[in-house]
Ligand binder design. Sequence first.
Ligand code: GLU
Length: 281
Amino acid sequence: MVNSLPSYLGRLAPSPTGHLHLGHARTFWIAAERARAGGGELLLRNDDLDALRFRLDFVAAMIEDLRWLGFTWREPVVTQSSRMPRYRAVLEQLHAARLIFPCTRTRRDVLEAIGAPHEGGADDEPVYPPQFRPPADAPLPPLGDKATVNWRFRVPDGEEIAFTDGRFGPQRATAGRDFGDFLVWRKDDVPSYQLSCAVDDAELGITEVVRGADLIRSTFRQLLLIRALGRAAPAYYHAPLMLDDRGERLAKRHDALSLRTLRAQGVTPAEIIAKFAAETT
Ligand code: GLU
């Protein structure tokens, strides 16, 4: 008899660059609820590739906070920094398919060339100016053993990319207009979030990605990468972002709402979960 795969595999993918806050907890709770409803389970992915902001104590803290809230996941934890050979293999595959190009422009060059603040917000990449892109038939320099320049994915200009979000319904974006050639590998020889996330979601058998609505635009990029790898894309469910009482997005700097702070104030996991559950009914 063949063992059947779980019908649903989701993931929690925190970055150990700060303490988790109530907004993370709500998104993860939604992920856990969807996994439960789908009769499946979750992976915990430690997105530890941001060397500048990474701290080992944040890894331990996030695991402890998630356990405190009662989340469970399939062991072992997937640590992105231990998957570098996989990401590199994908970079080589994209290079062989001529889907990427080297880029020596700075973020400032890009912002000056587009001459306007871009829509996506500070976390998102501005649309890469087409005049900076080398012609498609230009000779492609070798990757070298270590990247010393940024590498970008050449998006199919004018193509509409669409998916149906589990929460927000049909989503579409036009490549080259709503988002441009995006970073896949950085000059400090680290994969971008888009590449590592797309590779992991596709290769680890994730059936549904549940994450914050700020990442909807990233989904279009990740869908292009997953397609380039010849893999099946997961389903996506973007959770509405939690706002503070001034209507601003909760960010890690709002330490007052970190799970650690709430816990120190005597708030219980049951109270937190009850609040989330009450909001969604
Ligand atoms: N580590 C990423 C973040 O915290 C994960 C995003 C995702 O779920 O794809 O923003």
